[in-house]
Design a protein around this ligand. Structure first.
Ligand code: XUL
Ligand code: CO
Length: 443
């Protein structure tokens, strides 16, 4: 349990620390599954899941949408001075993180403190808040999972940041990344994220895609070299998303990003931060994206949320689909786990969820569903036939000619000869419904 850390005033009055009370509790402000010290597959839930609160959705996003004004009126936004206002917001953030028992947080530079168009002034503001965050982290034990720079909101980035056709804009992006890296390093941040919402194009009619992607790679190398020179030991994450706000984003999905990192010699320093709703937008399941990253040894971290089955944009709702998360956990737990990262709630409460308690309920639901899914996935992997069925499906490659093929010892003529000698193959079931029932039986 972390210590509750308050600032001058308490922002979430009447809410105390959320604790584990078990599946039978009727307390909506308690965890049913997230018992942080419970050991599953050799590690505590806390160490497996490494939950993080997202600064932008929880303390900045105000419920506004393209059709309506803000509905979340935050009491921490009252002061006129930007740095003082940002300190209040940080007080609220650490009060929330500690009451929720979230061990990590994540931010964009502009979430922490409002930016102007003056680079020096922005750096001064961010540094002031970094000093403040150091005290908050020390008092609470909460750590920074990752930092990042917002290179998509300011109008100068409308044609991209590192992929902007105008070098002058790219340089502004670099100034922001430098400051965000300095902040991440100063706060002991464990990772650094690049999500390039505008690193893509709106129309190919005005776009030199090859040149823009080369600039993107050069930018990543330059940022990585700077961070390494300044002592950053963590992992850089690329967060794939196919579109929105760009029509086409270069970091389309896990497979595309892995190909890009390979082409530009960035595989050693970068891994992937995969987001559920981004997978949906790419036409993939989240499980697919996790498997692609796992198979490449590139699964770093997760942005937890969910999309909407009826519309096609990034609704960033809190996760609540147990089947989806169990299947995701089967990939994570059955593979190499999250390398360096954790589970960041890149999710927002709805525009009309306006009680301060709603933010707590949302995170309780999200943390519980991941904890529960992890426990279920572990049981499936340990006790059921799940792994056996999957392994046996490929048994024909374990011995004889199948094995020889895997080892590259058979020619095309050899394969033809085998087909003739062995006649027509048997019809073998993929057992999909059987496996779906098996998963449900453990839920
Ligand atoms: C946008 C998104 C971002 C990144 C960080 O869809 O997911 O919040 O996670 O820039
Ligand atoms: Co995200």
């Amino acid at each position: 349990m972390s210590n509750i850390v308050l600032g001058e005033k308490e922002f979430f009055k009447g809410i105390t620390q959320v604790k584990y009370e078990g599946p039978k509790t009727d307390n909506p402000m308690a965890f049913r599954w997230y018992d942080e010290s419970r050991v599953v597959a050799g590690k505590t839930l806390k160490d497996h899941l490494r939950f993080a609160g997202a600064y932008w959705h929880s303390f900045v996003g105000n419920g506004a949408d393209p059709f309506g004004e803000p509905t979340h009126i935050f009491p921490w936004n009252a002061k006129a001075d930007a740095v003082e206002r940002a300190k209040d917001k940080m007080d609220a953030a650490f009060e929330f993180l500690t009451k929720m028992n979230l061990p990590f947080y994540c931010f964009h530079d502009v979430d922490v403190v409002d930016y102007t168009n003056d680079i020096n002034e922005n750096d001064r503001r961010l540094q002031a808040l970094v000093e403040y965050a150091k005290q908050k982290q020390a008092a609470s034990g909460v750590k920074l999972l990752w930092g990042t720079a917002n290179l998509f909101s300011n109008r100068r980035y409308m044609n991209g940041a590192s992929t902007n056709p105008d070098f002058h804009v790219l340089a502004h992006g670099a100034a922001q990344v430098k400051a965000a890296l300095d902040a991440t390093i100063a706060l002991g941040g464990e990772n650094y994220v690049f999500w390039g919402g505008r690193e893509g194009y709106m129309t190919l009619l005005n776009t030199d895609m090859k040149r823009e992607q080369a600039h993107f790679a050069k930018f990543l190398h330059t940022a990585k070299d700077y961070a390494r020179k300044n002592g950053f030991k963590g992992t850089f994450f690329i967060e794939p998303k196919p579109c929105e706000p760009s029509k086409h984003q270069y970091d389309y999905d896990a497979a595309t990003v892995i190909g890009f990192l390979r082409e530009y010699d960035l595989l050693n320093d970068f891994k992937l931060n995969l987001e559920v709703n981004h997978a949906t937008l790419a036409g993939h399941t989240f499980q697919h994206e996790l498997q692609v990253a796992t198979d490449a040894g590139m699964l770093g971290s997760i942005d937890a949320n969910r999309g909407d089955y009826q519309n096609g944009w990034d609704t960033d709702q809190f996760p609540n689909n147990i089947t989806e998360i169990v299947e995701a956990m089967l990939v994570i737990l059955g593979g190499t786990g999250l390398q360096g990262g954790g589970i960041n709630f890149d999710a927002k409460i709805r525009r009309n969820s306006t009680d301060p308690a709603d933010l707590f309920y949302a995170h309780i639901g999200g943390m519980d569903i991941f904890a529960r899914a992890l426990i279920i996935a572990d049981s499936i992997l340990q006790k059921s036939e799940y792994k056996k069925i999957r392994t046996e499906r490929y048994a024909s490659f374990d011995t004889g000619k199948g094995k020889a093929f895997e080892e590259g010892k058979l020619s095309l003529e050899d394969l033809r000869q085998y087909a003739i000698e062995n006649g027509e193959p048997a019809v073998l079931s993929g057992k999909q419904e059987y496996l779906e029932n098996l998963i449900n039986n453990y839920i």
